[in-house]
Design a protein around this ligand. Structure first.
Ligand code: FES
Ligand code: FES
Length: 136
């Protein structure tokens, strides 16, 4: 299977690997698993008082495409409002990284992790949780 240069770049030099303090009220934590492969991803966001994401970190026990997808996702998240962040679609990640079809679910993992982190933040801050339905 041929991977794009962007996948290899993010995989060999992943951005924003790490952990934010999840006890903080302005930190949202998403932890999701992919049913297809059993891999797990954690993604966290730190949000300022204007609902702008100021930091994002991830850890994944997933494959190279999952690492690349979440690395890219954290780059995209920083500076976005939580309302804009929720619109990040896994197919944007697939396109940007030119992921092959068998690796699409790895990007779904990243999208799910973003949404779950946003919901964690929302619930912690008294906002209603959003519906996280996705058909793929
Ligand atoms: Fe790929 Fe659902 S995660 S088909
Ligand atoms: Fe499991 Fe990619 S194969 S996340």
């Amino acid at each position: 299977m041929a991977y794009s240069d962007k996948v290899i770049d993010h995989y060999s030099n992943p951005r924003n690997v790490g952990t934010l303090d999840k006890s903080k009220k302005n930190v949202g934590t998403g932890l999701v698993g992919a049913p297809e492969c059993g891999d797990v991803m954690r993604l966290q966001i730190e949000v300022d008082e204007n609902n702008i994401i100021t930091d994002a970190k991830f850890k994944t026990f997933g494959c190279g495409s999952a690492i690349a997808s979440s690395s890219l996702a954290t780059e995209w998240l920083k500076g976005k409002s939580i309302d804009d962040a929720i619109t990040i679609d896994n197919m944007d990640i697939v396109e940007e990284l030119a992921l092959p079809p068998v690796k699409i679910h790895c990007s779904v993992l990243a999208e799910d992790a973003i949404k779950s982190a946003i919901n964690d933040y929302r619930v912690k801050n008294g906002l209603p949780a959003l519906e996280l339905e996705k058909s793929h």
